[in-house]
Design a protein. Sequence first.
Length: 173
Amino acid sequence: MKKIFTQKALPIAIFSLSLMACSDDGTLAEGPETQIDDVNETDIPEGVRTAAEAKIPGMNIAEVERKERDGLVFFDVEGTRPDGSEVELDMLEENGSYTVVEVQRDIDWAEVPADAKSAAPDTLFTPVRVIESLQNDGTIIYELFEDGKPKEPSAEISYKDGKAEMLTERWKY
């Protein structure tokens, strides 16, 4: 299968557990380890396919990973929209049911709205990768990756209704 996104972090939840703390420089501290397993095309649960199609009609699934952290099970479904643009869906599995909790895409730092960028301290690194993660409530989480640290975001900005906030705890999803 084609690998569309090199790494994906599992951002952590609104009003959620304090799984990551902010370090002195405004970046997120290292958090719990995530177990990641590739899922063969023939082993993709039907509920994952159904949830993906409901969220992005006509989505072409390229790769699926099962991720487990802190007792939560997620499926990352990577692929393309009918127009060819890349998309990743993060699904939460609960009791055999699959719920899309965020829709993601990679963007350039220059594409992040200025009012969202304004939440970042002047001392923040220049991100080498940005994942824009749309939550079901309309909140956008910008996951910011530092050079040399590709596995997990070093910082995250929450953005909704023109208001931005630098997160001090990792987003749940």
